[in-house]
Design a protein. Structure first.
Length: 416
């Protein structure tokens, strides 16, 4: 076969693919509207690229046990259009479709339309091999992808992005729509503006950036990083190698979370709440409260103008609270190998210690009104020097170290 003949055949193939079945549109009346359907098949290998660009409508791609790609275009015309006008509008809206060199390229028309009020709605449905790379840019519509392994680069404006049972590097950007990922495995970089981000049963290195929407993780594992502005963050049933969450204007909630290395949570203008967590964790708030219920592992907590409540703690504590009340209770299952160093600049500190705990305790109030500034259910030796009051003692013979320092406020030590 000569080089010129090969070029001619390639040109014919591209032309045929781009024009495929343009006249084979099936029209039916559905609920007083004309609905047109066009179907075509492309012989592309497993691992090929589907590239959708400049498309204003919904896109659904489903991986199956097949060796080709079945593409269906559905156009639902406005009820005011007769069949002839519906066909004319469809011809205007129909994307250009080109299949060549293991790539199926679908490109919407350059002209922009007012889809909802004047014309109708157009959708793409692709049934493809399970191994496939996808690049898709959609305006005003949703992207839905199911059971596909490959590389994904997706963007939506005014629509949602939903993936289920997928695997491989994943990039998703959404403006004005939600992102929902179920059962994905692999790297994920997700960005949402004005919409929520929901992940379930996924694993990998995951980076999420959200502005104006909530972020929810359920049964997620891996290296996790979340940055949220103007929305809440909820992480439940998480196994994280590393975890970092930064929130501005919203709360951070953790439930049943296990950390292998370290977690860092920072909230500005919102609260941090955790329940049943373990691992090394750093907590920082500005203008919000910290509430930790049942934690095993070390905690570093910093608070500004909010309260800090740490209940059932089995591990070391390093707490620095600027203005607020500190409540901390030691777990009855805690051993003797831990250190608590807590400081409150302006506010009270209430510390609860199990009756049988073995602790070396030192409590100090710098600007106390008298020895009554420190009250304890355990016997301590209290001394007042100037404006400072200090109390110390070996509880049950001593053991782990607890140091409590308050600038202006009282210290209360309870036996539980």
């Amino acid at each position: 076969m000569t080089r010129h003949l090969m070029i001619v055949l390639a040109i014919l193939f591209v032309f045929t693919s781009a024009y495929a079945a343009e006249n084979d549109v099936s029209w039916n009346k559905v609920d007083r509207s004309w609905v047109g359907t066009e179907t075509m098949t492309f012989d592309l290998n497993s691992g090929s690229l589907v590239n959708v660009s400049r498309f204003a409508g919904d896109v659904k791609i489903v991986g199956e046990n097949r060796d080709d790609i079945l593409l269906t275009i559905t156009f639902s015309a406005d009820r005011r259009l007769d069949q002839e006008d519906a066909q004319s509008k469809y011809d205007d809206l129909r994307p250009t479709i080109i299949a060549v060199n293991d790539e199926l390229k679908i490109e919407g028309p350059e002209r922009r339309f007012n889809w909802n009020s004047k014309h109708g709605w157009i959708e793409l449905t692709l049934h493809t091999p399970k191994s496939l790379n996808i690049e898709a840019g959609v305006s005003g519509g949703d992207i839905v992808i199911e059971t596909i392994e490959g590389e994904f680069d997706l963007s939506t404006s005014g629509g949602d992005a939903d993936l289920k049972g997928t695997k491989g590097p994943l990039l998703v950007s959404s403006s004005g729509g939600d992102i929902e990922i179920i059962g994905h495995q692999g790297f994920q970089d997700l960005s949402a503006s004005g919409g929520d981000v929901n992940l379930r049963e996924t694993s990998g290195e995951i980076n999420v950036s959200s502005s104006g929407g909530d972020v929810e993780f359920l049964q997620v594992s891996g290296k996790l990083k979340v940055s949220a502005s103007g929305g809440d963050v909820l992480l439940e049933e998480i196994n994280a190698k590393r975890l970092r969450v930064d929130s501005s204007g919203g709360s951070i909630d953790l439930l049943n979370v296990s950390i292998e290395e370290r977690a860092m949570l920072s909230a500005s203008g919102g609260d941090i709440n955790t329940s049943n967590t373990n691992g090394s964790i750093e907590l920082s708030t500005s203008g919000g409260d910290i509430d930790v219920d049942t934690h095993s592992g070390d905690i570093l907590a910093e608070g500004s103008a909010g309260d800090v409540m740490l209940r059932e703690i089995n591990g070391s504590l390093d707490v620095d609270l600027n203005a607020g009340t500190l409540l901390a209770s030691l777990s009855k299952s805690a051993g003797n190998d831990f250190t608590w160093d807590v400081a409150v600049s302006s506010g009270d500190a209430i510390i609860s210690i199990p009756e049988s705990a073995k602790v070396d305790l030192v409590a100090r109030v710098h600007n106390g009104g008298g020895v009554e500034s420190i009250r304890s259910d355990f016997p301590l030796t209290t001394k007042k020097r100037g404006h400072s009051v200090t109390a110390n003692g070996e509880i049950n013979g001593g053991g782990a170290s607890i140091h409590i320092t308050v600038g202006g406020g009282d210290i209360r030590i309870k036996k539980i």
